[in-house]
Design a protein. Sequence first.
Length: 185
Amino acid sequence: MSYATVDLLTGHLEGDGIADSSKLLSQLANVFADEACRAAMDQDTIVYEVQSQQLVKEGEPGGLFFGTSNVMPGKVGQEYFMTKGHYHAKRECAEYYWCIQGKGALILMDEAGNTTMEPMFPGSLHYIPGYVAHRLANTGDEVLRVGACWPSDAGHDYGSIVETSFSARLMDVDGVPTLVPAEKK
Ligand code: PAN
Ligand code: ZN
């Protein structure tokens, strides 16, 4: 038996098997369109944090992981703070996301390179099918808190995103979150 709690208002996890990690601006080189702007900002700024309960080994088939991601409010130039984004290493693995608090967008890209977004608001539920890369962006002025559940053998493929990047970026265009075609890598 394991014992853990999830705070229903914030998604904060506490108890057995919980791992915490955070991503600082210093760890996100070349993730945002305006790399010069990112490099000029305070490198200790937290962009996002992830908590997850992993009760089986990563890679073990049949299990599930449960997590909460907190994406901070902020922008690099006109681009909203966001997660690195990934495909699952085991491409067919799907995932659920649900928004707990804040305002943002789930950015999705299929393997043909079509990028779309789904607005996120408290209570919004998002099914991410297999073969679809996913990334969270915070378009509001408070923390975006998102719950997630994914297979323990899904894994994360960040390399494909580094190579080709998402085909569109979520930018603040006159105050409106807008998907803007990305410059080709
Ligand atoms: C999430 C993500 C989390 C952080 O738990 O891993 O939001 O985003 P990156 O992994 O892209 O940095 C998930 O999608 N797991 O599969
Ligand atoms: Zn995922």
